[in-house]
Design a protein around this ligand. Sequence first.
Ligand code: CU
Ligand code: ZN
Length: 170
Amino acid sequence: MKTIFVLLMSFCVAAIVRGEDPVIGGVVMLQPASGSQAKGTVIFNKTADGAKAVVDLEGLKPGKHGFHIHEKGDCSDPKAASAGGHFNPEHKHHGGADTAERHAGDFGNIEADASGKAHAEVQLKGVKFDGADSIIGKAVIVHDKEDDLKTDPSGNSGDRIACGVIEPMR
Ligand SMILES: [Cu+2]
Ligand SMILES: [Zn+2]
């Protein structure tokens, strides 16, 4: 009995020392950039082959807006230039969420309604939450204009109007 208790205690201590449950996804709080009012959240839920992203934004101009993961988790610049280019560990050309050629961070567009709100649920293949190509610590950016899903480096999607860093969800 005592042995079992000691074993259980050591498991508990090990869990506390490690302090980390497995990462089951990521969460992002997007803040306005470039003088915009755009803000919101993205929740990435890990799936068998990638992630399902649940997006809720407000303060957008009605219509389509480019939406991507960028390579640096740094939103400090007023225009979010500090977030770098699109997350692109495989050195591909720009595309959309479903195109054959695409950056790993290419999600295509998010569409705002007449009140400037956008809600979307997007399936993302190949998104990883650990290892060298993990999206944790990268940035999510919303752009002023529509992404044309083909033009390098960022689909002619214009200014960066909201930015947030992907934090681990456990
Ligand atoms: Cu972008
Ligand atoms: Zn891209």
